[in-house]
Design a protein around this ligand. Structure first.
Ligand SMILES: [Zn+2]
Length: 114
């Protein structure tokens, strides 16, 4: 099952993560970390340093691989361990949009478990 997410749904009017229940917040942080990494890498398909964390699932030890989609700048991600995958759209212009910055990302959250 593919998790399709519109990043705008997780952001408030100030561009910050919206207030939401813990589980949703963890998913939001996970998605934002993927966006941050992938946009900085200009959509190159590579490992993101973000650990797999899907809704309603046990965390797994997979490291998310992400890239821009073939037809658009939607971000397509996949866990090579459990096969979990998703698509993130409308992330452009968010504070996690790091296109053009290059280099190693400085992530708000790297998605690792506390
Ligand atoms: Zn996984």
């Amino acid at each position: 099952m593919t998790l399709v997410a519109d990043l705008r749904h997780y952001v408030d009017e100030r561009g910050q993560l919206a207030s939401m229940p813990g589980p949703a917040l963890r998913v939001a942080a996970f998605l934002c970390a993927i966006v941050s990494w992938t946009s900085r890498a200009a959509g190159a398909r590579e490992r993101t340093n973000v650990w797999c964390r899907r809704p309603r699932r046990q965390p797994c030890r997979g490291e998310i691989v992400a890239a821009y989609g073939d037809q658009s700048a939607d971000i397509v991600w996949e866990c090579p361990v459990c096969g979990g995958n998703g698509l993130i759209h409308d992330w452009q212009g968010s504070r996690w949009d790091r296109r053009g910055e290059g280099g190693a990302p400085q992530l708000q959250s790297n998605g690792r478990s506390a």
